[in-house]
Design a protein around this ligand. Structure first.
Ligand code: ZN
Ligand code: ZN
Length: 250
């Protein structure tokens, strides 16, 4: 059943004509996760949700997105308990802190077993939204590989615009574990052809865009190059640089 729920968004993403269907899915999953965390459902008022955001916190990218959403009271409440927990923990760690032993001039460096800074770094990178996104994307990848059984879906993949490099790399990793032997003969040549053709197409759009700034090109047709810079960034990194921040619907 779960699989059927996910086949609709995966099919829609491949119908969207985007530079990468997995970017479409990732954007949708991320926006729905942000809406869940800070949106009108006010899940941040539920103690079980709050205790998880308190513990995991948010990475740099996602704390900005939670802030940008525009629900300042919700944001303040989420931060309030997370911050209080962090401060409490900080005090405990500070109390237990022991200055690292002096480095000897000669001989081996003493081994430090208690790496407080490592725990701090891990905490700083831990993210509730990253984990939620990873979970949802894993489901979409799973559905993608399940759908490859259907010829109609394979045709859809064949006529897509390929993927971005980020999602291509991820797909290649998962293919190694998930792809049945019988499907490999179709999968690898198709994906490599798609990637090369479409990376080339976007490069040509970018070249055309640059060329348009040559005075000899004055008045020429932009063709498909107006958004070439944004699409190039997407192909490289799997993001939509031209997207405005995702905000609370007015
Ligand atoms: Zn992508
Ligand atoms: Zn994150």
């Amino acid at each position: 059943m779960r699989e059927q729920i996910d086949t609709i968004p995966v099919n829609e993403a491949f119908d969207a004509g985007d530079e990468c269907p997995f970017c479409v899915l990732a954007r949708k999953a991320e926006q729905s996760a942000i809406r869940y965390v800070i949106g009108p459902g006010a899940s941040y008022m539920e103690p079980d949700v709050r205790s998880v955001t308190d513990e995991k916190g948010f990475c740099r990218e996602h704390i900005k997105k939670v802030y940008d959403y525009g629900n300042m009271l919700g944001c303040a409440l989420i931060l309030q308990t997370h911050y209080a927990g962090l401060l409490e923990n900080f005090k405990k760690e500070a109390e237990a802190f022991e200055q690292p032993p002096k480095k000897p001039l000669f001989g081996k460096k003493p081994t430090v077993t208690d790496r407080w800074w490592q725990r701090l770094q891990e905490k700083e990178q831990s993210c509730y939204l990253c984990e939620k996104n990873d979970y949802n994307m894993a489901r979409y990848y799973h559905t993608f590989f399940a759908l490859l059984k259907e010829e109609e879906f394979r045709k859809k993949v064949e006529s897509s615009k390929g993927l971005c490099m980020r999602h291509f790399a991820k797909l290649m990793q998962i293919a190694e574990e998930k792809l049945p032997e019988a499907r490999k003969e179709w999968f690898y040549p198709t994906l490599f052809r798609l990637m090369e053709e479409n990376l080339t197409r976007v490069k040509e759009d970018l070249d055309w865009f640059v060329g348009m700034f040559d005075y000899r090109q004055a008045g020429a047709d932009w063709k498909n190059s107006r958004d070439a810079v944004a699409r190039t960034v997407q192909k490289l990194k799997g993001i939509y640089p031209a997207d405005p921040p995702y905000k609370e619907p007015k």
